[in-house]
Design a protein around this ligand. Structure first.
Ligand code: GBH
Length: 519
């Protein structure tokens, strides 16, 4: 069956091959000096992004309930690289006014942040709403608006209330009701202030790493089954929240609501090998298409390739039913078109080829179902965490992939940023933002991709999940040795502010001293 599906894929892959050559062939992708020839339109949305668990701290203040990250890290302190947790984090629960001043200093008019579900609903369910939680977010949103900054709010950025995790989290079909109830509470409490919502952040990373593996909490390791159940019910939860908003809130609150998906960029390991192009396409279907196809495609449902592959692998492995659940006709319709924009998080690019075995795979698993291996291009800069290399053209390619597969839905880049090990003179981050933003300009101006906004990840150094505080993504440095959690702008903050204000990229605005010029 693997052989057959490869033949079926090859026509599509050939089209892709020619399109990729088009993008690649463009001499404009190498312009990284002087001032950019293209500019960002006046209405282009520039923002910065954060997530509640990564910055707020105050894990048990104001009647907040526990999220799985609280509970799990208290029980398993060595889960993170530095054995630290999110109890205090950047202390944004107390220091949000400083955060707002930082955003203002960048000249940025949009701030993407998330609500901690258990801060509002300590038990996860809507029978009891925390007054303090409600007050905290209302004050925060009002203060942002007063500073002329539009908040864009994510309902779920990985911190599910522990009592709901105890019931199976995203593998329990009832979660769809609970998420809808939480969304209703949030729309009721804050919908007068919030005009752009995102439901779920990166369901792909959450389900694969948290349910199909042990990289993320809840570290279920239910590989081959858990990641698909999580995917299934998280998608349905998203759709229910979307439909609820459109039916009961949008008519008077007049906002928009969408989902944020993530994708690595993919390059065929060998550009001239058709099989590697097919592998790259199959990787995207399995990882991005699994979530995007049910929502953004004209047909709805999981991609055919994924459906067939997981059904077949399950059968071969002796399962009576597919490890990937089926949607009913109503569910397909519920999901189809359930996002007002395409939120995309993008960081890095991998080289892809087919393989039948990789030592990192669990059996069974989505990875094994996919049958591709990821490698890094060793010639690309690797400034921080192991998973992260710098390859700006990969960004333009993935934007084009979305346009090709899902049409002209407005794309908001809800996260993009560079990982390093810290320091105020972050020339590599300056260069990363310049180059990735230039690729975005090429995607918009040359390829006519409908990208309407961009959020830099992240406002300040934060709790980076399994990395703890070891790896850094911030525009602002946070002193984690000081109880004050003092914030200081890095060079990348100055540079981003310059781009936002001038609507252009000036590659020479901040240059590394000669000996450090690596990129
Ligand atoms: C995003 O995830 C998140 O939305 C955000 O919260 C996060 O801070 C940001 O990116 C930066 O990481 O090989 O197990 O170590 C990006 C997805 C998740 C990709 C972790 C790399 C490494 C997994 N990242 N993953 S592992």
């Amino acid at each position: 069956m693997q052989g057959k599906s490869r033949v079926a894929m090859s026509a599509a892959a050939l089209t892709i091959l020619s399109l990729l050559t088009l993008v690649h062939g463009s001499s404009e992708s190498n312009l990284y000096t002087g001032v950019s020839n293209y500019t960002f339109s006046e209405d282009f949305i520039f923002g910065v992004a954060t997530a509640a668990f990564q910055i707020e701290g105050a894990w048990n203040e104001g009647g907040k309930g526990e999220s799985i990250w609280d509970t799990y890290l208290h029980k398993n302190p060595n889960f993170t690289l530095d054995s630290l947790n999110g109890d205090v984090a950047a202390d944004s629960y107390h220091k949000y006014e400083e955060d707002i001043a930082m955003i203002e200093s960048l000249g940025v008019k949009y701030y993407r942040l998330s609500i901690s579900w258990p801060r509002i609903l300590p038990q996860g369910t809507d029978n009891y709403i925390s007054e303090d939680g409600k007050k905290y977010y209302r004050t925060l949103f009002e203060s942002l608006l007063k500073a002329n900054i539009t908040p864009i709010v994510t309902l779920f950025h990985w911190d599910i209330p522990t009592p709901l995790m105890d019931l199976g989290g995203w593998t329990n079909p009832k979660i769809v009701d609970y998420f809808e109830d939480y969304a209703r509470v949030a729309f009721n409490l804050f919908g007068d202030l919030i005009k752009i919502w995102t439901t779920i952040n990166e369901p792909h990373q959450h389900c694969i790493n948290g349910y199909g593996n042990v990289f993320f909490v809840p570290a279920l390791d239910s590989h081959g089954i858990g990641e698909y159940l999580c995917t299934h019910y998280i998608l349905l939860s998203h759709a229910r929240a979307y439909r609820l908003y459109h039916k009961d809130f949008r008519p008077h609150q007049h906002g928009k609501i969408g989902i944020t998906l993530d994708s690595f960029g993919v390059n065929p390991k060998n550009e001239s090998n058709l099989d590697d192009h097919i592998a790259a396409e199959e990787y995207l279907q399995m990882h991005l298409g699994l979530y995007a196809h049910p929502i953004f495609s004209s047909t709805g449902d999981y991609p055919k390739f994924v459906r067939n592959r997981v059904d077949h692998m399950s059968y071969e492995q002796g399962y009576t039913r597919s490890r990937l659940p089926y949607f009913s006709e109503e569910e397909i319709a519920l999901l189809k078109g359930s996002s007002d924009f395409f939120g995309l998080n993008h960081y890095t690019t991998y080289l892809i080829s087919h393989c039948s075995w990789d030592k990192s795979w669990r059996i069974p698993s989505l990875d094994q179902d996919n049958g591709v291996c990821l490698e890094q291009n060793l010639t690309w800069t690797k400034p921080g965490a192991d998973w992260f290399t710098v390859y700006p053209p990969g960004f333009r390619k993935i934007l084009n992939y979305i346009k090709r597969n899902y049409g002209d839905v407005p794309i908001i880049v809800t996260e993009n940023g560079l990982c390093d090990y810290g320091g105020l003179e972050d020339y590599e981050r300056v260069s990363y933002f310049n180059k990735y933003l230039y690729q975005l300009l090429l995607a918009v101006n040359v390829d006519k991709c409908n990208v309407i906004g961009y959020f830099a990840w992240t406002l300040m150094d934060d709790f980076e999940w399994n990395d703890g505080y070891v790896t850094k993504f911030g525009l602002f440095h946070v002193d984690y040795n000081s109880p004050e959690r003092t914030r200081t702008p890095k060079l990348s903050a100055t540079n981003y502010g310059h781009i936002v204000r001038t609507r252009k990229i000036d590659f020479d605005f901040i240059k590394p001293p000669l000996k450090q010029q690596k990129l």
